[in-house]
Ligand binder design. Structure first.
Ligand SMILES: Nc1ncnc2c1ncn2[C@@H]1O[C@H](COP(=O)(O)OP(=O)(O)OP(=O)(O)O)[C@@H](O)[C@H]1O
Length: 320
């Protein structure tokens, strides 16, 4: 009889393990005891409103802050014991990296590559982020999207096994954003683990195998984007407003209703079956003598998951 595989042999190797992580700043608890794991080769996204604890979590993972308590392992290693090795094996692209304006793209990548014993060639790093045409351009002459790609090339110079990207596409136009998405997807294809913070739910939905939604230092939801969206039970959403504004109870009888949330001057209804919910909603509105000001329907997103978990909208927080 064949021996049954040990758990270590059957489960995928872990790039990141976080157990009971707590971080306090005097009277503020930034992280209130979180647990999660990221298998090698996954892209994990940290989402949450301002102050949720994302940056603190990522900075602890990057070895830039010490936890108050709890355990963090990257590639089985610990910051307090294995810092030199970890620095060689992870890469960090900050949201706004300041480079020397007068250096060229190639000189900048060469400089950062020189800090590491092994890694990619300068040409490979530039090629991965598709900046070949700008190889000789000075940093000062790059567009915002090209600078973000340069930051990524620098983070990739040591060919890291785990790459941390802090809001990599904030402020970029849609074309540059998609170009960066392609680069990140390519890295996943090479078995690299990527940790991403973002305010863009579409980005998390497209790129992430695992999404961790944080609020007030806690993980309020975790799973694949599809699992999280399925978990709220209503995969279709109706956004609408009426005049006069009706109380939320007015919509309690909408067929297949899962949840009602007020948002701005209107409501968001999560429903299971749009074709039944919509006619029901329209007749409830007219029975109350009200009129629709606006109505739109869409597929549920990670924002609706956040709304269902916390009663607040990530979108509203992101825009504030
Ligand atoms: N150095 C610090 N001293 C005191 N409090 C801090 C410090 N750093 C973070 N905090 C607090 O810890 C909490 C979590 O902050 P953190 O920056 O991790 O949130 P975040 O989710 O990254 O927010 P954002 O999206 O705005 O970057 C907040 O209440 C913040 O004010």
């Amino acid at each position: 009889m064949e021996p049954s595989p040990s758990p270590a042999a059957s489960s995928p190797p872990l790039a990141i393990e976080v157990k009971g992580l707590v971080k306090r700043f005097e009277d503020v608890t930034a992280i209130a005891g979180t647990h999660f794991e990221v298998p090698v080769g996954q892209c994990v996204g940290l989402l949450g409103p301002n102050g949720a604890g994302k940056t603190t979590t990522v900075e602890i993972l990057e070895g830039l802050q010490h936890p108050t308590s709890g355990e963090v392992r990257l590639l089985g290693l610990r910051w307090d014991k294995d810092e030199a090795e970890l620095r060689e094996r992870i890469g960090i692209a900050l949201q706004e990296t300041r480079f020397h304006d007068r250096l060229s793209v190639e000189e900048t990548v060469r400089l950062f590559r020189s800090f590491y014993r092994k890694g990619l060639s300068v040409e490979e790093a530039i090629g991965l982020v598709k900046l070949e045409e700008k190889r000789n351009a000075q940093v000062v002459k790059l567009s915002g999207g090209q600078r973000q790609r340069l930051a990524l090339a620098v983070a990739l110079a040591a060919d890291p096994e785990i790459l941390f990207l802090d809001e990599p596409t904030t402020g970029l136009d849609p074309q540059s954003r998609r170009a960066l998405w392609d680069v990140i997807t390519g890295l996943k294809g090479k078995g690299r683990t990527v940790v991403l913070t973002t305010h863009y739910m579409e980005e998390a939905q497209v790129l992430c195998d695992q999404v961790i939604i944080m609020d007030h230092g806690r993980i309020v939801a975790r799973g694949t984007p599809a699992q999280l969206i399925a978990s709220i039970g209503g995969e279709q959403v109706i956004d609408f407003s009426t005049t006069p504004t009706l109380p939320a109870e007015a919509f309690a009888e909408v067929p297949t209703l899962v949840a009602t949330h007020s948002r701005g001057d209107g409501y968001t209804l999560s429903v299971k079956e749009l074709h039944r919910a919509l006619p029901g909603l329209l007749s409830l509105v007219s029975a109350r003598g009200a009129h629709l000001v606006h109505l739109s329907t869409r597929q549920a997103t990670l924002d609706d998951v956040f709304l269902a978990s916390t009663g607040r909208s990530l979108r509203e927080d992101a825009q504030s």
